[in-house]
Ligand binder design. Sequence first.
Ligand SMILES: NC(=O)c1ccc[n+]([C@@H]2O[C@H](COP(=O)([O-])OP(=O)(O)OC[C@H]3O[C@@H](n4cnc5c(N)ncnc54)[C@H](OP(=O)(O)O)[C@@H]3O)[C@@H](O)[C@H]2O)c1
Length: 219
Amino acid sequence: MKTGYNKGIKLKKILITGASGLLGKSLVEVCLENNLFVIAQYHKSKPESQKNCQWLQADFFDLKSIKTFLKKNQPDLAGCHYLINTYGPITLKSVPELKSEDYYHDFFHNVLTVIEITQFFIHHTLLQSVVNIGFENLGKIMAYKEALPYAIAKNALLLITKSFARYYKNIRFNLVSPVTLYGAIEKLKNGNQVFPRLVAENIYDIISGKKSGLNVTIE
Ligand SMILES: NC(=O)c1ccc[n+]([C@@H]2O[C@H](COP(=O)([O-])OP(=O)(O)OC[C@H]3O[C@@H](n4cnc5c(N)ncnc54)[C@H](OP(=O)(O)O)[C@@H]3O)[C@@H](O)[C@H]2O)c1
């Protein structure tokens, strides 16, 4: 199904990137339960089709591939009110092992993808509300043993989210920081864990304006 119509009622549309992942799947579920029409991006593993959910394939390999994805799907994305930038991979290596490419990788995939997609949404859609995803230590000045490029990138994302919120007053910009998700392959040692469904419910409340929070930690 490609339209945002349900029994003659026009549903509000949302794009969720990384929608086939651990958090993404719960976000799709919660948004569908709350009567949104979901445009869900995946890379390699397309989940089963569902009513009011349109799966779009993309590889956010470089800026050109992101721009191509957005341009190609512009007619479907144009009606979106909401955007959740879920895609955000992590590099885990000890500090001495890290190469410049690792810093570039995490910055590109956590920050530049969000900027590219968000700017497209600001100019080409009905954008009302955006949620970006951080992680549990966001905003803390601390040393990292294994996740330094990721921590740098996610902290940059917080600054970008705050700055966009200040500039684009007609759009809600928020950032939600979950602790490690139950089921995650990469776990921070001894850290608390949270169910993806609980995080998704909190994100829904924030994106739909029921709650606000520029850097909300979910634990
Ligand atoms: N996992 C945690 O414990 C945790 C904790 C705190 C914050 N976070 C943050 O929460 C967010 C979601 O994390 P997650 O663990 O749910 O992610 P995940 O399960 O690893 O999911 C990754 C998603 O990104 C897609 N993807 C992978 N490579 C791609 C590429 N080259 N181009 C485009 N899409 C690609 C995957 O598609 P396919 O399935 O098709 O491959 C999948 O939808 C991230 O921003 C992460 O930093 C995670």
